[in-house]
Design a protein around this ligand. Sequence first.
Ligand code: PLP
Length: 229
Amino acid sequence: MRNDFESNYADIRERTARAALRRGEDPAKIHIVAVSKTVGIDAVAEAYDCGVRDFGENRVRELLSKQEALPAARWHLIGHLQTNKVKDVIGKAWLIHSLDRWDLAEYIEKKAAAEEISVPMLLQVNVSGEASKGGLSPADVEPFLKSIGQMRWVKVMGLMTMAPEEDDPEKTRPVFKELRSLFDVINGHNYPNVQMRFLSMGMTQDFEIAIEEGANIIRVGRALFGPRL
Ligand SMILES: *Cc1c(COP(=O)(O)O)cnc(C)c1O
């Protein structure tokens, strides 16, 4: 008999594939990041056994301890990064989704240069303008990315956003649409040191809409692991 995770994962993959096809996108191009924050290591190991290779954590310490237990997976930092945690996480996280301010980029550049390691990151954009959410406003993204060209070790690989929580997920569509169009505009500029490879948007309640609007990374927690305690 199939356990919960296995059937949840099969369901998410199927819904992901259907949403990709509605956009005319190859389902294999959509990366599912299983958000395992607060989830115990046994459940994470079970997910790995079911084929999950990408896991998302919003705290550095939790990411590092789970990575130690499961080093073969790719670990994504999806939460706010404080400068005092930078030295611990660079070279460890496969992708940091939460570059949200210039002084963080400068700080990472300095620490990464000392260790000579590249740090792949996504620029977090606050499309909706909610005060509770981190990220640059869309108007600040292009000037920020132009300046990133001066850096050598910080590598911007795409954009990330968190949509507002809505009772009707359809209401988030304009947020995803706006970020996708910014992604395409930036992609046309070829800024040095900036690649638009990943567009990280969509969570449990709105990932299908995000995929329809062009996400190629979704970050799904509760729909895979169940409600968080
Ligand atoms: C918790 C979290 C998610 C996953 O949310 P679910 O509703 O559990 O799918 C995605 N992205 C970020 C940044 C998160 O903090």
